[in-house]
Design a protein around this ligand. Structure first.
Ligand code: HEC
Length: 135
């Protein structure tokens, strides 16, 4: 009896670990953006993604318009050609290298942002929800 109890406690522990793992992986979907972006109106390696000081957050913002980053954007992003809505963000976070070509209609277009491979729709939902919450 004692042995069975111990085993079920071990099983519960393992089950708990299994439940906890996806939470950590989910958090990583948008936390990896923070390596290069502030979720505030402040530039880092990339432009700021969060609103403040009269600057709008990235969701609904025109591409390439973060003040103070103008000299750093690749020329292919400059020019307000599209707005960061859901459809653009999904393609961007999955494969920015491919997306920039599609958005500009230019096969030679490049971006300084490496592909992030966030292609799973559920993970993209989380990133988008996060970006909306700071915009
Ligand atoms: C390794 C650094 C790096 C990571 C990680 C990264 N980015 Fe970027 N991001 C950049 C750089 C650099 C730019 C500017 C691109 C350019 O000018 O070509 C950029 C630009 C952007 C833009 C365009 C913003 C604007 O003002 O037009 C968006 C949107 C964006 N990133 C979203 C994300 C999201 C969402 C993630 C996480 C899934 C992410 N980035 C992860 C470096 C990064």
């Amino acid at each position: 009896m004692k042995k069975i109890l111990m085993m079920s406690a071990a099983a519960a522990f393992v089950a708990g670990t299994v439940v906890a793992t996806p939470t950590v992986a989910d958090a990583a979907a948008w936390s990896k953006c923070k390596a290069c972006h502030n979720f505030a109106p402040k530039k880092k390696v990339g432009p700021g993604l969060g609103k403040g000081n009269g600057i709008p957050g990235v969701f609904g913002r025109k591409a390439g318009t973060f003040p103070g980053f103008h000299y750093k954007y690749t020329k292919y992003i400059k020019g307000d050609a599209w707005t960061w809505d859901e459809a653009h963000l999904r393609k961007w976070m999955c494969n920015s290298k491919k997306a920039i070509k599609e958005f500009t209609g230019d096969d030679h277009a490049k971006t300084k942002m490496p592909p992030q491979h966030v292609c799973d729709p559920a993970k993209q939902d989380e990133v988008i929800a996060k970006l909306k919450s700071i915009s």
